[in-house]
Design a protein around this ligand. Structure first.
Ligand code: FE2
Length: 386
């Protein structure tokens, strides 16, 4: 088979800006139509009405939102944790740990990315002991044995890279220390707490190919006295992420990529200054990300482009339609109310379509698709004078 490339013919048709996300023609809303997660061919289109101004939705392809704070059943072990969304390459779940885990978990299917939404505790694993707290990401390599002892009840978001791994993103022109310095990664320690664990009678619950196996040891298999190498769990706190921003350009979510899996990425939204150029968009542009499903877990703060969303909720925008800011945010598209965003959120973008689960369906915010509705036409704000 011969090589190929995306054909390219940048054109300007009708009334248009020559710079994406800036200098929009008077009285218009911008929409980006993009392929390959905005790294492929893309067009900016200028509309008279917000592309989210629908008045009715029928059929399954609708924007969805789930209020995970309404879930009450999390199961006995981490392998019973409710699935929020999944496909063949990734599985997002939510789990609550209200007492110390008296078993070891081991995922034979892939690396697992844990995000501590609430609580704090101690991770014990093959590699040692690691204290964890709210806002921590922990990457657990495939087949690591692990458990938590809690200091306060923990709510964890879990993202399994099914049959794959979790890697750091390529920072490209930003340089290798942008977003976060990998020297910040904490790894487990073979310390006194690790040596003092209960020695007898541990079960290891191994998840592999959608089936659970249990292996009993008469001793504690977390008994390493040392190790060396470059494979181990790593921890990074959300507050150690240093977002990139531009005062003259609204960067796409891909600029906030924290982790890369197999056919998905995880981006993190943390507080950053709003753009200051008067003619530049201050809210996410309308877009169809035409090859990716987009899922956002809201961790903390004030979610500036969304109405009716609180921490612990998840939104899911399957690819195939246009989405964008809610009407209230749109009125501030050139003049934000604050100097900084105040949101902390974890975004999962998947190259393959996702499915929800009976558990997430059970806590769906049913009117989410209607939440862009307004009582009358939405008039695009004018670009303020410099
Ligand atoms: Fe999006």
């Amino acid at each position: 088979m011969g090589s190929s490339h995306n054909f390219t013919f940048p054109r300007i048709e009708g009334k248009s800006s020559r710079q994406a996300h800036a200098d929009l023609p008077e009285g218009t809303f911008e929409r980006e139509l993009g392929r390959e997660g905005f790294f492929g061919p893309a067009t900016m289109m200028y509309h008279r009405n917000p592309p989210t101004g629908w008045t009715q939705w029928t059929g399954p392809l609708r924007p969805r939102a789930f209020d995970l704070t309404r879930l009450s059943e999390f199961g006995k072990t981490v392998w019973d944790a409710p699935v929020v969304v999944s496909n063949a390459f990734v599985r997002m779940r939510i789990f609550k740990i209200e007492e110390d885990m008296r078993y070891l978990a081991r995922n034979g299917d892939g690396d697992e990315l844990l995000f501590v939404h609430e609580g704090a505790g101690h991770l014990y694993c093959d590699y040692g002991h690691l204290e964890v707290t709210r806002g921590d990401y922990i990457v657990i390599p495939r087949s690591t044995m692990w458990r938590f002892e809690i200091t306060s009840p923990m709510t964890l978001l879990l993202v399994e890279s099914t049959n794959g791994s979790i890697k750091a993103p390529d920072r490209g022109m930003l340089g290798r220390h942008a977003l976060y310095d990998e020297a910040l990664f904490d790894t487990p320690k073979i310390d006194e707490a690790f040596a003092d664990q209960q020695d007898a009678g541990w079960d290891v619950l191994i998840w592999r190919r959608n089936a659970l196996s249990s292996v009993r040891y008469p001793f504690n298999p977390l008994d390493a006295v040392g190790w060396h190498g470059d494979l181990a769990p790593v921890r990074l706190n959300i507050k150690d992420i240093r977002p990139v921003s531009s005062h003259r350009y609204h960067l796409p979510p891909s600029a906030h990529t924290t982790w890369v899996g197999n056919r998905f990425v995880i981006c993190t939204f943390v507080p950053r200054p709003f753009e200051t150029d008067p003619a530049v968009l201050k809210v996410p542009f309308f877009h169809n990300n035409d090859d990716f499903d987009e899922v956002v877990f809201y961790h903390d703060g004030d979610f500036f482009s969304r109405d009716n969303i609180h921490p612990g909720m998840v939104t899911w925008h399957p690819c195939g339609f246009t989405h964008g800011p809610h009407p209230k945010a749109l009125q501030a598209m050139y003049k934000p109310k604050n100097d900084f965003t105040k949101e902390y959120a974890v975004m999962l973008d998947t190259r393959d379509g996702l499915d929800s689960s009976p558990q997430s369906d059970g806590v769906e915010f049913a009117d989410y698709a209607e939440s862009w509705r307004t009582s009358g036409p939405v008039v695009p704000p004018s670009i303020p004078d410099a």
